[in-house]
Design a protein around this ligand. Structure first.
Ligand SMILES: C=C(O[C@H]1C=CC=C(C(=O)O)[C@@H]1O)C(=O)O
Length: 421
């Protein structure tokens, strides 16, 4: 297995106990935990946080998903798990984040924390792994997370003008018939004075973007609105997003914009490619599927998206991670046809996406789990005072480069606000 030498896969002893409601889950993460060891998956007050590393895997290349799935099955097979709580996410859980491209220099990872504190459907629990005696501290005892100061911004691979030019080239290639759709992304670096504190970002993202999944895995931190795949027993679901309009802050005007988004042929085309890519990949694993005919409009604080929720009944024993591997990369982050869009991305973006736009989420010992697409996020760098933010936009024949620059800025807003406000 092509994994790093410092991976560890001991036989784990796992214990889950019910606890009284712990309140704010981010506030419970101890302040002395390095941001690299802060784990989170939160939406609308539910989900879990974790910290420490009881076991982890680093892997890369084309086999990254298969390596991780095999490693996880082996770990689960040897673990001793005692759980008082029977909900998905209780017991043994790994958090994971996978590189977008097989040739990325960024490793993909699965991390089993030492402590997990979760809440779901009125139940709260703590899981300790490998007999760790760490207790979840009371939220009141935690000092406030550190506010970033004196932030400086610099463009990544391309500045706004360079990126707009690259989009112009992508539109030409689409118009020439080379491909139907490509998702083009750009990056921005933000540097502060002190190491960035994952808890600060999570606190802001989870309160301002409650309908997104707020994640932190190995210093990749963000708030994604897109669910690549969720498996809960035999039920498989996916939330597909593509097609965007910025919000103005004026509710009445935003409603009119939502109606125009739902009628926009350019956005509906962009959306249709994304739905088709997910539905076709899921079909191979499902005995029946429901794919709504028309999208709905998802309202987020910064933007509105065309959204489709697909559901299916699983017909094989694929884990949630194997399903994520089958669906990645969907046309919400790559394009149509996939192979051609990959080529155009590699040619025009001029950057390694790292884990941006790759699957991020969690898996439990039954294989159930949730894998979002890592969007509206940033990767804290080797220099822990620097974070690299990403945003991308679906490009079709009717796309206008300057509109896409504005859209990418709106998609950067969740992270920028979390850093600056
Ligand atoms: C690629 C991103 O968004 C995707 C998800 C929703 C809407 C999208 C769009 O309208 O272009 C993108 O497909 C991103 O946020 O970086």
């Amino acid at each position: 297995m092509p994994a790093s030498a410092d991976q560890s896969a001991p036989a784990l002893v796992v214990r889950t106990r019910r606890i009284p409601d712990p309140g704010d889950l981010v506030a419970i993460i101890p302040p002395d935990v390095d941001s690299a060891d802060v784990l989170s998956w939160l939406r609308d007050g539910e989900g879990f946080v974790g910290w420490g590393r009881a076991a982890y895997l680093e892997t890369s290349a084309t086999s990254r998903f298969a390596d991780a799935d095999a490693w996880w099955s082996d770990l689960v097979g040897r673990a001793v798990v005692r759980s008082e709580v029977e909900v998905p996410g209780a017991g043994l859980v790994a958090f994971g984040s996978f590189a977008f491209a097989a040739d990325s220099a960024s490793p993909s990872t699965l991390i089993v924390p030492r402590v997990i504190v979760g809440r779901r459907g009125g139940l709260a629990w703590v899981t300790t792994i490998s007999g760790s005696l760490e207790q979840p501290p009371s939220p009141r005892e935690q000092p406030i997370a550190v506010r970033p100061a004196n932030l400086q911004t610099r463009p990544g691979a391309l500045d706004e003008d360079g990126w707009a030019q690259a989009i112009g080239v992508a539109v030409q290639r689409i118009s020439a018939g080379d491909l139907d759709k490509v998702v083009m992304a750009r990056d921005v670096f933000i540097t502060g004075q002190e190491p960035l504190d994952a808890r600060w970002l999570l606190e802001r993202l989870s309160t301002s973007y409650r309908k997104t999944w707020t994640f932190s895995v190995d210093r990749l931190i963000g708030a994604t609105p897109e669910m690549l795949v969720r498996r809960e027993k035999a039920l498989v679901t996916s939330r597909i997003l593509a097609g965007t309009i910025q919000r103005t802050g004026d509710d009445e005007h935003d409603l009119a914009l939502a109606a125009s988004l739902a009628r926009s042929s350019k956005d509906l085309e962009e959306h249709e490619y994304a739905v088709r890519s997910v539905a076709e990949a899921l079909d191979a694993h499902c005995s029946s599927m429901n794919v709504p005919e028309a999208p709905f409009v998802l309202h987020l604080p910064n933007v509105m998206h065309l959204a489709t929720d697909v559901a299916g009944v699983l017909s094989d024993s694929s884990s949630s991670l194997a399903l994520a591997a089958a669906l990645h990369p969907s046309a919400a982050v790559c394009g149509t046809p996939t192979w051609k869009a990959r080529e155009v991305i590699a040619d025009l973006e001029q950057m390694d996406r790292g884990r941006y736009a790759g699957p991020v989420g969690w898996i439990d010992s039954s294989g159930d789990g949730e894998w979002g697409i890592a969007l509206r996020c940033g990767q804290i760098q080797g220099d822990p005072a620097t974070i690299r933010l990403f945003a991308g936009c679906g490009i079709v024949a009717g796309s206008d480069p300057q509109d896409e620059v504005a859209e990418s800025n709106a998609k950067l807003r969740p992270m920028l606000s979390a850093l600056h406000d």
